[in-house]
Design a protein around this ligand. Structure first.
Ligand code: NAD
Length: 428
């Protein structure tokens, strides 16, 4: 999914290098932490329903596991690249470290379009992924999860293949499984809720009353939907949502200046997070072009869809009313835009802090699987809110103490924790 101008892996390295300099990290440590420690590239042959054989490219990257087993999702996308997977595995290392869970960073991907594969072909692909990778993954090595395009059923097929090969039950080998089959209650809403838990703390720190705020959101998939739900439950007003339209093959922004009815929008969206234009019009939405979500007169922007969405080229369209950016997506802001955001004094909630609710809940899923005892939804969400709030407060404190931009403060905490684990293990 990389675009030529902004390669996510280059972006991840630029962000790392900047903070490695602030921390004066030793050269060997820098070299170790600015690239994945282990990477697998392999192919998966699948017998298609029409009798032909199709070969799919697959990746898994483990960026760093000094603090614990690798952890990170598997993306199913036709434009997936090795560099996407590398960058995302690196961000996972920082994400797990900033919320202080004992896991490292991993990520996987299969170059495929899950929307055009039959269930039987998908099952074959998922099982093939594990056959290619089973020596490298496992509850104590590297723990996959769902990501863009992959779903709980896919995780269960992968778990079943792993358990068939190894001959025992290892429910902590993969997370994001269906509830009742080792999945955790609260995982579906965890990332979006986590975005809002950190946003609530940022609003408190800035002395802003959430009930007097409005927000514009890019995306209406898993992260965006649950962020919108909780934000509106707490009294905020979502006035614009942008998402992909499967019929026209382009994005639209759906706007209602008095506030969108989130439940009604959820009722008309399809499984991929796409909203039909005519149905949205019948709900009283104004239909604008896909990029318009960025230029709305709101207090809060929540990019919750894609990477490389806020750049120096479009920064100028952001309204002066915007005071907070909550990055639900991974890498939505390019590194060359951070100074512009900082200069405008916008409160940045950086991706690997803001969207860490998902991995935190995945960690809870592993803990519950290992105990073979499952918590109720309230217990999961209370623990999640506690973890996210604690992580926000630690980052905010460092940003105030050292007069750092929030993204840099989050990196200072995460890199210090990982570097310390690397030193204690004697790796560098
Ligand atoms: P999703 O597939 O459920 O939803 C993606 C949404 O983006 C859909 O509504 C789609 O219509 C929209 N979209 C696609 N192209 C668009 C465009 N050009 N303009 C506007 N909208 C567009 O994905 P998700 O799980 O919600 O993930 C979104 C982002 O959050 C990704 O960057 C992902 O890596 C990140 N993330 C997800 C989780 C998680 O738990 N789901 C955790 C951490 C980070």
């Amino acid at each position: 999914m990389s675009e030529s101008k902004y390669n996510p892996f280059t972006n991840a390295q630029i962000q790392f290098d900047k903070v490695a300099e602030i921390l004066n990290l030793e050269p060997g440590m820098r070299e170790l932490l600015r690239q994945p420690m282990r990477e697998m590239h392999f192919t998966i042959p699948v017998k298609m329903d029409d009798g032909s054989t199709k070969v799919f490219k697959a990746y898994r990257s483990r960026h760093n596991d000094a603090r614990g087993p690798g952890k990170g999702g598997i993306r199913f996308h036709p434009d997936e690249t090795a560099d996407d997977v590398r960058a995302l595995s690196m961000w996972m290392t920082w994400k797990c470290a900033v919320v202080d869970i004992p896991l490292g960073g991993g990520k996987g991907g299969i170059v495929c379009d899950p929307n055009v594969l039959s269930p039987r072909e998908m099952e074959s692909l998922c099982r093939g992924y594990i056959r290619g990778l089973y020596t490298q993954v496992g509850p104590n090595a590297d723990v996959p999860a769902p990501d863009v395009g992959s779903k709980p059923q896919h995780m269960l097929w992968m778990l079943d293949e792993y358990e068939t090969i190894t001959g025992a039950h290892y429910p902590g080998m993969i997370t994001g499984k269906p509830v009742g089959m080792g999945g955790s209650l609260g995982r579906t809403e965890a990332t979006g809720y986590g975005v809002v838990y950190t946003l609530v703390e940022a609003l408190k720190a800035a002395g802003t009353d959430i009930t007097k705020t409005s927000a514009s959101i890019q995306g209406f998939g898993n992260v965006a939907e649950y962020a919108a739900r909780l934000y509106t439950e707490l009294g905020g007003k979502v006035t614009a949502v942008s998402c992909w339209n499967n019929t026209d093959k382009k994005a639209y922004t759906f706007k209602n200046k008095d506030g969108l009815d989130i439940q009604k929008l959820v009722d008309i969206k399809d499984a991929s997070g796409s909203i039909d234009k005519e149905k949205a019009e019948s709900l009283g939405c104004e239909i604008l072009d896909g990029d318009s979500w960025l230029s709305q007169d709101v207090d809060i922007l929540m990019p919750c869809a894609l990477h490389n969405q806020i750049t120096p080229d479009n920064f100028g369209v952001i309204s002066r009313s915007v005071k907070f950016i909550a990055e639900g997506a991974n890498g939505p802001t390019t590194p060359d835009c951070d100074d512009l955001i900082k200069d405008r004094n916008i409160f940045m909630l950086p991706d690997f802090l803001c969207n860490a609710g998902g991995v935190t809940c995945s960690y809870f899923e592993q803990v519950q699987c290992n105990m073979n005892y499952f918590w109720d939804r309230t217990e999961v969400l209370n623990k999640l809110e506690y973890a996210m709030t604690k992580a926000f407060k630690a980052v905010y404190e460092v940003s105030k103490e050292k007069n750092l931009y929030m993204r840099d403060a989050a990196y200072v905490i995460a890199i210090n924790r990982v570097a310390e684990a690397v030193r204690l293990r004697g790796w560098a």
